[in-house]
Design a protein around this ligand. Sequence first.
Ligand code: 5GP
Ligand code: MN
Length: 327
Amino acid sequence: MKKIIQHLENSKQILLATHIEPDGDALGSLISMGLFLEAINKKTTLYCESPIPAIYRFLPGTERVVSTIDSISKYDTAIILDCGSLQRIGKMDELVGRVPTIINIDHHITNSYFGTYQFVETDSCATTALIYKLITVLGGRIDKDIAFSIYTGILTDTGSFRFSNTNMDSFAICEEMVSIGVDPHIVAQNVYGTYSLGRIKLLNLALDSLEISRNGKLSMMTLTESMLSKTDTQPEDVDGLINYAKRIEDVKVAVLLSEYPNGNSRLSNAKRYYHVSLRSDGSVDVAKIAALFEGGGHKTAAGFDIKTKLSDLKTDILNLSEKLSSG
Ligand code: 5GP
Ligand code: MN
């Protein structure tokens, strides 16, 4: 962290980027770090390839996030947030890879330690908790706007303080953010209480698609492109649905297969692109499973992308259940 701090003191033009299909921690870390660097007079660009999900647009600073990069040569530094690999930022990975200094700030267990400097703590509950630490060590000021982003990142990445990554820091940092002026009800209302009707209808279709392996240890839901179009929903509306499959008693691994709405238009029905989300009850390391398919994540939450035939994918996933030990 010392080298990162020394470097940031001298850098002038900084590109900050986070992963595609951003969640609360991705956006929270992007915005909190961006607002902080601006406050100490750095020129910043906040980049995310995917649109900002509607539920996060209340965060002060989201209007600064752009989805294009015009000239890469002006940046002396790129800070990559909440990404296990540089490829997670999407199609600009090679271009961003040309920035002279790359700082990798992340908490995924599968982090590849890419970049010039790394601030990777895999036992941290969220990347926003690492941003909090960085600002604190720098002696910086966390204003209310920054506090909203940090609070939201920790709240969402811990599943509202329920997931196994929830620790003392989660509460301590969030308590401090509340003392700075964050209203937990406002965050909860925006993040969990403003779903479109389509999103609820999508939940209905997701629940209807539920399949359980013969031994009861694996649950699987499938979302197709046509379900999204039928309910007029976006990929962002899929976020969180897998938790319903994870809640079932005796289930050790929950899987959500979602067909990519954009990658498939030119493909026949034989092989299509899917995002596979994996969750575990803690007894199985799903990051290891995702890594087998060039994906990544955490022990209890991971994912990967695959181009395949749906029936083959389902068979492979259901076969995985046979390997889940009893007890
Ligand atoms: P989700 O299933 O919600 O997309 O992702 C769960 C976790 O796995 C998140 O922490 C996410 O960053 C990570 N993850 C999901 N998909 C991928 C992937 O394709 N590659 C890598 N490296 N991580 C992923
Ligand atoms: Mn995260």
